[in-house]
Design a protein around this ligand. Structure first.
Ligand code: M6R
Length: 363
């Protein structure tokens, strides 16, 4: 039931602190991630793998894109990420020692399942499913699995399923790094443990996000910008907005602005920037300058240390400090809430958007 919440989506957004804690439960020790969490054979697979191919659809694909940044940076493993509907129909080259990974909330998405079946004929060393539904087809047909433990997700728009996938993917990153003899990144482990509380703090910003949503409701387009691992978060923010509010939204890595999309920016175009304090912040800020110079309205999601000054055309939502590695997770929450409130203002069917199904079991 929705309890006191007006929609399942809102309930599911607010469940994130709890389900993220569940996704971590029993999977961490002081020595790092417990590799056996991925199954008894995981240690052998993780020790020897040389690269990873990740395949998924929609929001799950966005989680895969974040994981590429993590796996390459923290585990030093080359990663390729692709949408299942493309992957399954091309002549994929599979280098020796490649692990095949699928990401799926339902475990029944037709293209993802077909991709797994196809992959089995292509010489991978094994398959891993990161999935929310125990006993689903994807879980049954994969060699290894890690359940995301988000609990039932009723809203068509994926929210808690996505953030728990990200938690699972960070666990995967740390587990592989550990199995391959890397040093344990204790800072990230500590940060993971603190994540549920930080999410709680971000959810408390809901009233401020709701008031930001006011100025979106009558817009027809929106542009989401991020850099590095926050580019996929921008993609996910844009998908949420399209899906439930029917506002056309696009996401770009901010450095691409001047290669085309800047032509769209005028005073009618809200631009949402995901701007945690990381290596790319200074570059992102100069991209934002380009938006302001063209009269675009800026909405910046940033952390305390970023020091973005608020002006009439620049609205800043300040988030608590988070370890850089986990910022993609935390910065997802305000974007979910923003889309939710815009959709409510527009009066759409938030939990069951037109033309969409929760689980896409046909091609
Ligand atoms: O169940 P799956 O994760 O395999 O579903 C994949 C997509 O259909 C799904 O993520 C979809 O994009 C979301 N409902 C969007 O919010």
């Amino acid at each position: 039931s929705k309890g006191d919440y007006r929609h399942y989506m809102l309930k599911e957004i607010f469940e994130q602190p709890e389900v993220i804690a569940a996704a971590l439960e029993g999977r961490l020790s002081d020595e790092g991630v417990l590799v056996e969490s991925f199954g008894p054979e995981a240690v052998a697979h993780f020790q020897t793998l040389k690269q990873i191919h990740i395949v998924a659809c929609g929001t799950s694909y966005h989680a895969g894109l974040v994981a590429r940044y993590w796996l390459e940076r923290y585990a030093g493993v080359p990663v390729q990420v692709e949408v299942a509907s493309e992957y399954r129909y091309r002549q994929v080259v599979v280098p020796e020692g490649t692990l095949f990974v699928t990401l799926s909330q339902s475990g029944e998405t037709a293209d993802t399942l077909a991709a797994l079946r196809f992959a089995k004929t292509r010489g991978y060393v094994g398959s891993l499913a990161i999935c929310n539904v125990p006993g689903s087809s994807l879980v049954r047909e994969s060699d290894l699995c890690l359940m995301t433990r988000a609990g039932p997700e009723i809203g068509v728009a994926s929210t808690k399923a996505f953030t728990t996938q990200l938690v699972a993917l960070m666990l995967l990153t740390l587990a592989i790094a550990r199995a391959q003899g890397g040093k344990v990144d204790r800072e990230i482990i500590t940060a993971l443990r603190g994540l549920p509380k930080l999410c709680q703090e971000v959810l408390a910003l809901d009233p401020a996000i709701e008031s930001l949503a006011q100025s979106f409701a009558e817009k027809h387009h929106a542009l989401f910008l991020g850099r590095g691992a926050h580019f996929p978060i921008a993609l996910e923010g844009a998908l949420k907005l399209k899906e439930i509010s029917y506002i056309h939204a696009e996401a770009y890595p901010a450095g691409e602005l001047k290669h085309g999309p800047l032509a769209l920016v005028d005073s009618e175009m809200p631009v949402i920037a995901v701007a945690p304090n990381d290596d790319l912040l200074e570059k992102l800020k100069s991209n934002l300058q380009e938006v302001r110079a063209r009269g675009g309205l800026l909405y910046v999601f940033a952390d305390e240390s970023v020091g973005m000054t608020e002006e009439p055309e620049v609205q800043v939502l300040t988030l608590p400090y988070v370890h850089e590695a986990l910022a993609p997770l935390l910065y997802t929450l305000p974007l979910q809430l923003l889309s939710y409130h815009v959709a409510v203002l527009k009066g759409t069917d938030v939990d069951q958007p037109r033309n969409l199904a929760k689980s896409v079991t046909v091609e």
